[in-house]
Design a protein around this ligand. Structure first.
Ligand code: 5GP
Ligand code: MN
Length: 326
C-alpha cells in the first residue's frame, strides 16, 4: 500500500509498486506524440513480459505515423469493466491529469503513478517519478526498467528510441546531450531500428500535409523586429487540401527555423477552441509564456488551448510574449 503521497518517489519506491500490483493501465495524453505513447508502450511491454496484465488508455486514436510501434494496436479508449480495484494507472508525459482528456474515468489518487519530465509537473500521483533533466519520459521509464532488471527487447528498444527521437527532434534539440546519444547507441545495439523510426516518424508525410505546410508558410507573418514568426491553420485550409490535425505537426518547426526568429507560434483554429503550438530558439522561455495563458510544456516547446476567437488568441499571445521578454 502506498503510505503517503510523495512529491518525488525514488526509483526503488516505483519499482516496488510496479512489482506489487497485478494490473496496469498506461495513460497517454490527448493528441499523443511519440514520447507519451512510446514510454507507455515500453513500460507496458516490459510488465507484460513478467506476466502482468496491461491495458493502454488513450482518448485520441494513435496517429498514423506512430501505428508502427509494437503494441500500438492494443491502445483503446474504452477500458474493460473487470479491472481490479487496485489497478495502477500510469500517466506518461503529462504535467496534469487534464492532459489525458475528459474521457478518462474517475481514478483514486492512490492508484496513480505519474512519470514525466516536464518542468511544471503538478505531482498529481500517489507516486511521482518526475525527472526534469531527462530528454524524454521514455528515458525515465528506461531507468525503471534497468532497476527492475527487465530485458530490453528490440520492441522495447524501438519504443524508447522513438521517445528520444521525438523529444529531441531527431537529435537536433539542445536536450541532445552526450548521455542521450550514448543511451540511443545502446538502444540501437539492443535492436531499435533507427532507420525505420526516422522513416516512419519524419519522412512519412501525406501529400495533403505538404500542401497544407505550403499554405501555412505562404501566409506566415514575421513581427517584433523579425523575432516572432506565426501563422494560422483553419478549417477552410484543412478542407481545401483534405488534411486533418495530424498534418499540422511540423509546421511550427519550419516557422522557428527562420533566420533571427526567437519564437514561433502556430494557431490551430479548428475543432472548436484554438490550439496554440509554441517553439523557442532558446532565448525566450515558452513554457512560462504558455503558462500565462493556462498551458505549459518545456522551455523550448510548449502549447496551450485558447477559448475565444483566433484574433484574440493572437493578441493575447503577443502580450504574453512581450511580458516574457520577446
Ligand atoms: P505541441 O505543440 O507539440 O502540441 O506541444 C509541445 C509541448 O507542449 C508538448 O510536448 C507538451 O509538453 C506541451 N503542451 C502542449 N499543449 C499543452 C497544454 O495545453 N497544456 C500543457 N500543460 N502542456 C502542453
Ligand atoms: Mn515528452
Amino acid at each position: 500500500m502506498i503510505q503517503s503521497e510523495a512529491r518525488h518517489s525514488t526509483t526503488e519506491d516505483v519499482v516496488a509498486e510496479l512489482r506489487r500490483r497485478s494490473t496496469f493501465v498506461m495513460v497517454s495524453h490527448v493528441k499523443p506524440d511519440g514520447d507519451t505513447l512510446g514510454a507507455g508502450l515500453a513500460l507496458g511491454l516490459a510488465l507484460r513480459e513478467i506476466g502482468k496484465r496491461v491495458h493502454y488508455f488513450q482518448q485520441d486514436p494513435v496517429p498514423r505515423n506512430l501505428r508502427f510501434l509494437p503494441d500500438a494496436d492494443r491502445v483503446a479508449r474504452e477500458m474493460p469493466a473487470d479491472l481490479p480495484a487496485d489497478t495502477l494507472w500510469v500517466f506518461c508525459d503529462m504535467s496534469d491529469t487534464s492532459r489525458a482528456g475528459e474521457h478518462l474515468p474517475a481514478i483514486e489518487r492512490e492508484n496513480v503513478l505519474d512519470i514525466d519530465h516536464h518542468l511544471a509537473n503538478s505531482r498529481f500521483g500517489a507516486l511521482n517519478y518526475v525527472l526534469e533533466t531527462e530528454c524524454s519520459t521514455g528515458t525515465c521509464v528506461l531507468h525503471l526498467l534497468r532497476a527492475m532488471g527487465s530485458t530490453i527487447t528490440p520492441e522495447i528498444a524501438t519504443c524508447l528510441l522513438t521517445t528520444i527521437m521525438t523529444d529531441t527532434g531527431g537529435f537536433m534539440h539542445s536536450n541532445t546531450t552526450a548521455g542521450v546519444l550514448r543511451t540511443s547507441a545502446e538502444l540501437v545495439e539492443l535492436g531499435a531500428d533507427k532507420e525505420d523510426i526516422t522513416e516512419k516518424i519524419f519522412a512519412n508525410k501525406r501529400f495533403a500535409a505538404i500542401r497544407l505546410l505550403g499554405a501555412a508558410l505562404d501566409s506566415a507573418r514575421l513581427e517584433e523586429d523579425g523575432k516572432y514568426c506565426w501563422s494560422i491553420v483553419d478549417e477552410a485550409m484543412l478542407e481545401k487540401f483534405g488534411a486533418d490535425g495530424e498534418d499540422t505537426e511540423e509546421i511550427v518547426n519550419h516557422l522557428r527555423s527562420v533566420e533571427g526568429v526567437d519564437v514561433a507560434a502556430l494557431f490551430k483554429d479548428y475543432d472548436g477552441d484554438v490550439r496554440v503550438s509554441l517553439r523557442s530558439s532558446g532565448r525566450v522561455n515558452v513554457q512560462t509564456v504558455a503558462g500565462r495563458l493556462g498551458g505549459g510544456g518545456h522551455f523550448r516547446a510548449s502549447g496551450l488551448t485558447y477559448v475565444g476567437p483566433v484574433q484574440d488568441a493572437v493578441a493575447a499571445l503577443r502580450d504574453a510574449l512581450r511580458a516574457e521578454g520577446l
